[in-house]
Unconditional design. Structure first.
Length: 153
């Protein structure tokens, strides 16, 4: 069994950059800084790590709208290292978190336009009940939701 999972909470170091691949797929990238503090012989030390985050598809579009530089962010995904040759001929390597879930933990600086994820319906589920009929489903208000099947990874 294998597991490739990264979960971090930190501050966005820049606004996400949204691009489109030649095939038309949206991709957003930004970095999150995480801090580690410890005590070394009575002296408080601090270390900062920078993590590159890449989001694809619908998640990329949402990230571009809700994540702002300096904001507190939770990111979860898989680690991926990619290699390329730089213009100077040197081999370069970067390890990124390919995001599967991103949550803005602090509101946007624009105030009243803060993004709020759609809330789950507050209904109790009785496993003995049958699925709702089509007419029952139509009576339930429809909210904008992110369908995980729409995310291409």
């Amino acid at each position: 069994m294998n597991l490739n999972r990264a979960m971090i909470i930190g501050n966005a170091t820049r606004d996400p950059e949204l691009r489109t691949t030649p095939n038309g797929h949206p991709v957003a990238s930004f970095a999150i800084a995480t801090n580690r503090r410890w005590n070394d012989n009575g002296e408080t030390r601090e270390e900062v790590q920078y993590h590159e985050i890449v989001a694809w598809g619908k998640l990329a579009e949402i990230v571009h709208q809700i994540i702002k530089k300096g904001g507190k962010v939770y990111a979860e995904g898989r680690l991926q290292t990619r290699s390329w040759e730089g213009q100077d001929g040197a081999k370069r390597e970067r390890t990124e978190i390919i995001a599967e879930n991103i949550i803005a933990l602090s509101g946007r600086s624009s105030g009243s336009n803060d993004y709020q994820a759609p809330s789950e319906p507050q209904t109790k589920v009785d496993k003995s009940e049958k699925k709702p009929t089509k007419t029952q489903a139509k009576e339930t208000p429809v909210e904008d939701e992110i369908n995980l099947d729409d995310i291409p990874f």
